[in-house]
Design a protein around this ligand. Sequence first.
Ligand SMILES: Nc1nc2c(ncn2[C@@H]2O[C@H](COP(=O)(O)OP(=O)(O)OP(=O)(O)O)[C@@H](O)[C@H]2O)c(=O)[nH]1
Ligand SMILES: [Mg+2]
Length: 358
Amino acid sequence: MEIALCGLPRSGKTTLWTILTGIEVPPGAKAETRKGVTRVPDERLLRLSEMYHPKKTTPATVTYVDVRPVERGQGRADNPVLAELRPADALVLVLRAWDDPADPHPEGSVDPARDLELIETEFLLADLDVAQRRLERLEALVKKAGRAEDRKEKELLAKVVGWLESERPLREAEFSAEERKLLRGYAFLTAKPLLVALNLPEDRTADLGRDAAELGLGDLASRPGHDFVALSAKIEQEIASLSPEDAAAFRADLGIEEPALDRLIRASYRLLGLISFFTVGEDECRAWSIPAGSTAREAAGAIHTDLARGFIRAEVVPWDRLLEAGSMAAAREKAWLRLEGKDYVVQDGDVVHVRHSG
Ligand SMILES: Nc1nc2c(ncn2[C@@H]2O[C@H](COP(=O)(O)OP(=O)(O)OP(=O)(O)O)[C@@H](O)[C@H]2O)c(=O)[nH]1
Ligand SMILES: [Mg+2]
């Protein structure tokens, strides 16, 4: 699963990407698409690991992509910069709230609410262009051949165009599962889950815990497919350069409870619709990512296709129950360990042991 960091020029995308992935970009490097893997911080996995002392602890990961900046006027179907965003499963939009006369804002002033609207508008225009072009072609096709599937797609795209013309992103539209599947091929930008990351100057630590509305960006958290995190790339950069003990002391000084970076990673993981389940043992404790709503057999398949094929039953216990019991055997004795069949819907935080044949 890939998350693209997008935003206007000089908003702090590459700075954030470097902290997320640990990959340095040399100054003056040319603007290009860069991918890097980030571990998803998970207190639950750490606690399980403290219990098992495994040789290896393996967290869930997500991939972040640093792309070229989005600029005013790019909102067209064939724009190559926006094309770099289309393969992403979700977007993090970096908004600049810091000022620096030596590094002027491309719009001439610092105004995150304006930038948010600017970018959303470019995405809307790009999607509208894609939908209108396809709709025109489908109208011609329907006239010529009259095929039912073309007619169905035409109706769906007319709905998409209508929605976009009312200036609302597609992530807020109500489509059936079938319609969503049809639309996936278009990779509409406004259909992708969007996490807005407000990049604050380092002296605004009091604003780090505030929500979007308090910071003048409207009610993002309650809109479907949206989320919001306030952070300071500069502060996160500093924290990343410290030892864990020094970083904790530094955060305590600033009154920051949880690193904003962890909140950003976890929020983007959630936006992707992913949950984690765990496998535990003396060799390895590991977090696995599956789409929310996955069954026990699908979870087994995430570990190995053979486990899905030979699936018999899954032994399941919530992570905190296992910790409380102290061992799988003790959890079984307390009847906290359940035997579940292939259709059991795996819950976030389940510890799963797959019984399988072959
Ligand atoms: N003062 C201050 N400077 C910042 C902050 N975040 C980033 N910068 C600086 O802004 C400049 C641009 O940062 P980048 O991370 O390269 O921004 P970008 O969005 O990747 O820029 P482009 O790729 O050119 O669009 C760098 O010199 C950063 O050090 C911040 O929070 N405060
Ligand atoms: Mg950059």
